[in-house]
Design a binder for this molecule. Sequence first.
Ligand code: XMP
Length: 323
Amino acid sequence: NWTTGNVIEEQVAAIREQVGDRRAICGLSGGVDSAVAAALVQKAIGSQLTCVYVDHGLMRKGETEQVEKDFVAATGVQLKVVDAEERFLKALAGVSDPEEKRKIIGREFIRVFEQAQAEIIADEGPAVEFLVQGTLYPDVVESGGGTGTANIKSHHNVGGLPEDLEFQLIEPLRKLFKDEVRMVGQELGLPEEIVQRQPFPGPGLGIRIVGEVTKERLDLLREADAIAREELTAAGLDRDIWQCPVVLLADVRSVGVQGDGRTYGHPIVLRPVSSEDAMTADWSRLPYEVLARISTRITNEVKDVNRVVLDVTSKPPGTIEWE
Ligand code: XMP
């Protein structure tokens, strides 16, 4: 007899039993799964859990604050936020190739995360032996099953971590589907903005700038993205679309006329899609009035953007993200 209350009760008891008086850590991505997993483990073991959030500077407007304030307020979790913006921007300087960007972001992310982990482990207190992961049932099936007893070995390349340190995994969501995870999150009191969040890629806005990633371009894209999100939410369309990447074509310029003069600015691409599982997708037929409002606001409010274009490509042949 499945209820969210039962799931929470069962998991809390199991986690308490598993962890005892030792400690656990959990990486937060800003996404639904890691947030709900962390909240559940927090409910079970309280201050024996420490969460780590790596701010790579590629998040959207307000996202880091949402984790820092709203998530902490809702759960009371102990959170270590690592401000790594400078480090990521430096590593990405001069890089335009999409795969190269992804590799750099992934590599830096692991380094920063492991360093934070090492610092937590080095703290006074009982040993940290558990790593919380927001693995869902579909993830378990896709990777060919598993028994839930897997130990993962931490990477060796980071100073401060013992070579043979192993974490036991805590995966409280591994029997659940996404909609069930959302219900559990809601029951745990997580804010709607976290629980109902649409997918957002780990490399963040870094793969939504076609061209080199710079702080200035990120700020510009953050503004455009915030406007698009605001208008889609105001129009009540959040549940109708799967997600809507907003992309800055930083390497493209076109001529425009704004105010009394000629401009030579960048286009912003809107990429609203409908999908069941992101494997295939169709472009969303958004109402023209909503598109018009987004276009007008972005070109009026965002510096250096003088054109807004709509991506009308399905997946396949296009992927959802541009890079
Ligand atoms: P594509 O662009 O491959 O995207 O059609 C499919 C879905 O995956 C998301 N995406 C990612 N998510 N890390 C993630 O966590 C990534 O590197 C990544 N790349 C794409 C994308 O937003 C879409 O929902």
